[in-house]
Design a protein around this ligand. Structure first.
Ligand code: KG4
Ligand code: ZN
Length: 346
């Protein structure tokens, strides 16, 4: 069975093709991604209307390239991200998926984007046991409980304000490091001391929810720290950027990994999967590795290209959903920008 996946929920237009191996794994046949990130850079964040227009230009060429790279005339099934995320952006991928499914007369599956971030890991690391997944990107900070990839996912917690990647981007901007700020902040932090400044650990008090996150207080703490330094006569070019970056990064990595390990222990699984673009962060990775090793948890992290949004993740999820016996979606289903995690297929 060959499954095509289409993804257009944010700023990446992805078309991926996989072959289902029948043993809980897939083989990657094509992975075409066109990103509009450069067009958003001067605004300091993704502009939905620009993303939609970029998807419109990129979708058919990405589709053609994927078919040609995979050497496939048409897939056996077509899966698409139906939500959550940006309404106009989703619409482009979904309209394309419906049109191709109708023209090719192949079954159509309208799926939840978040499950794709977990399913994609099976390409590299084999069948997925019951696990906890931590998704961290510019759009997500979710702690999920996954029993089976073909089944609905349970959300254990999420951010109450900024997404983790968004916090990196905002703090990087504050420190004059550009957009997207995550990679630049990570690089600056390499030279810094993570213990230099004791930034707060959001949502870790005894009365706070066990699995939710908050990064806006941390962002404010960094802003206050910079303002205080400036009041003392320190000019922007004299700010200890590496120490501020490393201390901020340490706080984010500490809270994310602490809560993820706690969740795995609470629900009784021994596998933690990371996903989303911010898993490229060196400290989030190394701290997750350290803490998983100490807790006897197997850590699974897809390679960076598969951690960011792409079509392969939706194809891989589609293959699992189909193998689980799901009925195809109707071609009349509507996109859902607010689709809850618990709805795996519409
Ligand atoms: O998954 P992704 O490519 O796009 C979506 O947000 O959907 O993730 C991008 C996010 C951005 O916020 C970016 O700053 C962050 O991931 N990011 C990082 C790093 N690389 C990317 N954050 C921290 N450290 C990094 N090395
Ligand atoms: Zn995503």
């Amino acid at each position: 069975m060959i499954v095509m996946g289409i993804e257009s929920s944010c700023d990446e237009t992805g078309v991926g093709i996989v072959r289902w191996n029948g043993d809980g794994t897939c083989e990657l046949l094509a992975d075409e991604v066109a990103s509009s990130i450069d067009q958003h850079a001067r605004f300091g964040g993704v502009v939905p209307e620009i993303a939609s227009r970029a998807h419109l230009e990129a979708i058919v060429p990405a589709m053609r390239r994927a078919l040609s790279v995979a050497g496939v005339v048409k897939p056996d099934a077509l899966a698409v991200t139906i939500g959550p995320e940006l309404a106009g952006a989703l619409l482009v991928g979904v309209a394309a998926a419906k049109a191709y499914a109708a023209a090719w007369d192949v079954p159509f599956y309208a799926l939840n984007h978040l499950g794709g971030h977990v399913a994609v890991d099976t390409l590299e690391h084999g069948p997925m046991p019951p696990c906890v997944a931590l998704l961290v990107s510019g759009g997500h900070t979710h702690l999920l409980q996954v029993a089976d990839l073909g089944e609905p996912i349970v959300e254990l917690g999420s951010t109450v304000d900024d997404a983790a990647g968004e916090a990196f981007d905002k703090v990087a901007r504050l420190l004059g490091l550009g957009y997207p700020g995550g990679p630049a902040l990570d690089a600056a932090a390499q030279e810094g001391n993570p213990a230099a400044i004791a930034f707060p650990r959001g949502m870790t008090g005894p009365r706070d929810p066990r699995y939710d996150f908050s990064f806006s207080g941390l962002k404010t703490a960094v802003a206050r720290h910079v303002e205080a330094a400036q009041r003392q006569g320190i000019t922007p070019d004299q700010l200890p950027i590496p120490d501020i970056a490393a201390s901020f990064q340490e706080s984010v990595a500490d809270v994310l990994t602490m809560k993820a390990i706690r969740a795995a222990a609470d629900v009784g699984v021994d596998t933690l999967v990371l996903g989303g673009g911010a898993t490229a962060n060196s400290r989030i990775r190394s701290l997750a590795e350290e803490r998983c090793a100490a807790a006897g948890i197997t850590l699974r992290v897809p390679k960076p290209r598969l951690c960011t949004d792409n079509g392969v993740m939706i194809a891989a999820l589609g293959a699992h959903v189909i193998a689980g016996g799901a009925t195809p979606s109707e071609l009349t289903v509507a996109t859902d920008p607010g689709l809850p995690v618990s709805t795996s297929q519409v």
